[in-house]
Design a protein around this ligand. Structure first.
Ligand code: ADP
Length: 545
């Protein structure tokens, strides 16, 4: 149904009777406390970002009842995580760990298998275990958000000394985002690349520390990520091989000053030449942070007004319409906007900014917008906060574009080149036009690659629109793969499809993942299906989407 159902009873996981499930739940309650186990018997309810549900995706792509939990458990310690894992093995109940569950656009808090028991680690395991002001590192539990870590630096008077790196929205978990390989916008933007050391509960309940943490009494866990022997950390990101209970993260020294800058470009066709200018500047660190090249329409949508304020016609909003409205904003009429930041004291910044300015001006019509002309509520200042280590929520505003606004991302990676940017943009435009969606691409430029993030904003209560969004995404994934592009991350509903595009040598990578899965999780209890990895008990039995 398109509206959320009110009386569906308990979504019991497949393969267990209601009676056996309820008796297993009673057993768990007596082990960790009644208040730490909640059944999901009520209707699916959506909060807003900061009060998001943990039983399902508040921005469903499929039927709202598809990816929902039967219950949520709240462990309060590593020992309780182990206990819950052993309980799940004993009863063959699928468990789905989340840290905070604000992974919006990628499935939120939802489990892949309906009726899984969601393990919400963040609610009770939310301590900052260490901030080391000499080494610029920290050790955190799953419930530590970017806001919490930032506030703690402020509380300890350390914010002038060191920064965190946050993604577009600061309410997520430092661990959850790194595990899903999210990015932020300071020079420390590659969150996974910047972590050092994990503590993991394996699917059979054993506790492991990776890197230097494997040495009893280690003093270098957050300083040297590799330790000795195989570097195992990778298998715990974008997988279902373990539950991460601690993670070390590096913190960035305050660079001694910073300055945001914004350029606009007039023509759609400036995209290619701009990317070719960005590449050498980014690789040589003249452009120092994960930069964003955003489409003009996205700059309009982030004002937070419904689309109907500008236009109510069917199909994508015509270029002439949004460009007319852009004229009234700080960016002015433009096709693309570049948001970046220079770091360091004024004389260091001046040198880099001068190079950037002369390179960008090779494109006719390029304009630098003076920050002094921008009102305090301009989106530019949100980017300014994020790129200097202060969490923010402004980015959420474009969800208002649609009633019951939801968003879902298509996120392919490519080299930083005009040719690649144009190929992806042209393809995305064609598929959006076919399905009647506004195209709002943002190119996030890493060091040698760029993530193209295309967020489709849709009305989550409109079944037809949800189906068109799904069609559009699936077509783009296939088109991209045919051109040699793969996604860096995807929504729960699309994981099987994306995993299948990584198909070299008859799917050798997935065979390796399956071998690992079966060895580490013989009963197949941990997050079945996440990232397209299915345990033997489920594999090839019609679970794939
Ligand atoms: P956010 O930080 O954006 O709120 P989530 O907590 O939803 O992110 O985490 C994103 C995804 O990463 C989850 O859906 C889950 O699959 C995985 N994940 C998050 N935390 C853990 C963890 N501690 N151990 C294992 N997997 C996790």
């Amino acid at each position: 149904p398109d509206t959320y159902s009110l009386e569906r009873g308990l979504p019991i996981p497949q393969g267990i009777s209601k009676k056996a499930f309820l008796s297993a739940i009673e057993e768990l309650k007596s082990a960790i406390g009644n208040e730490n186990v909640q059944l999901n018997e009520k209707e699916v309810k959506n909060g807003w970002y900061m009060e998001h549900p943990n039983t399902h995706d508040m921005m469903p792509l499929l039927d709202a009842e598809e990816f929902i939990a039967s219950a949520v458990v709240y462990p309060g310690s590593v020992a309780e995580v182990q206990l819950i894992v052993r309980w799940a093995n004993q009863h063959l109940i699928p468990l789905f760990p989340i840290s905070i569950g604000r992974n919006l656009g990628y499935g939120g808090a939802a489990p892949r298998v309906r009726g899984s028991v969601t393990m919400d680690l963040g609610r009770r395991m939310n301590k900052i275990l260490d901030i080391n002001a000499e080494n610029y590192t920290c050790l955190v539990e799953p419930g530590v958000t970017y806001y919490a870590l930032h506030e703690e630096l402020v509380r300890r008077g350390l914010q002038d000394k060191m920064w965190i790196d946050c993604p577009d929205l600061g309410g997520g978990s430092v661990i959850g985002n790194a595990l899903d390989r999210g990015v932020g916008y300071t020079p420390y933007g590659d969150h996974w690349g910047m972590h050092s050391g994990l503590e993991v509960v394996l699917p059979t309940g054993e506790l492991v520390r990776t890197g230097m943490g494997a040495l009893e009494g280690a003093n270098t866990w957050q300083c040297f990520p590799y330790g000795f022997g195989p570097y195992n950390d990778g298998i715990f990101s974008q997988s279902n091989f373990g539950i991460v209970t601690k993670m070390g993260m590096t913190l960035m020294p305050n660079p001694g000053g910073y300055e945001s800058f914004m350029y606009t470009f007039q023509h759609d066709s400036d995209l290619g030449p701009l990317m070719d200018i960005i590449r050498p500047l980014r690789i040589s660190n003249i452009l120092e942070n994960v930069a964003q090249v955003r489409h003009g329409l996205q700059t309009l949508s982030v004002k937070g007004h419904p689309r109907t304020k500008y236009w109510s016609g069917k199909g994508p909003m015509p270029e002439s319409v949004y460009r007319e409205h852009l004229k009234e904003t700080a960016t002015g009429d433009c096709a693309w906007v570049y948001y970046g930041m220079a770091y360091g004291p004024p004389h260091i910044r001046a040198h880099k900014l001068a190079i950037i300015d002369s390179e960008f001006h090779r494109i006719a019509g390029c304009k630098k917008i003076d920050p002094a002309t921008m009102p305090k509520d301009e989106y530019f200042w949100s980017r300014d906060r994020i790129a200097s280590g202060t969490p923010d929520l402004e980015e959420l505003k474009w969800v208002n574009w649609m009633p019951n606004g939801a968003h879902i991302a298509f996120s392919p990676v490519s080299p930083i080149s005009g040719k690649d940017a144009e190929a992806l943009y042209t393809m995305a435009k064609r598929r959006h036009t076919e399905q009647g969606f506004d195209l709002m691409p943002a190119f996030c430029v890493g060091l040698r690659e760029m993530h193209l993030i295309v967020e489709i904003v849709y009305d989550a209560q409109d079944g037809d629109m949800r189906r068109r969004a799904e069609r559009c995404l699936r077509d783009m994934i296939d088109d991209a793969a045919a051109l040699g592009y793969g996604e860096y991350r995807t929504h729960l509903a699309l994981m099987d499809q994306v995993a299948a595009t990584y198909n070299f040598n008859d799917g050798a990578l997935m065979k390796l993942n399956n071998t690992l899965k079966d060895a580490l999780d013989p009963n197949g209890i941990l997050a079945p299906g996440r990232c397209g990895i299915w345990p033997a008990r489920y594999r090839g039995r019609g679970w794939e989407l």
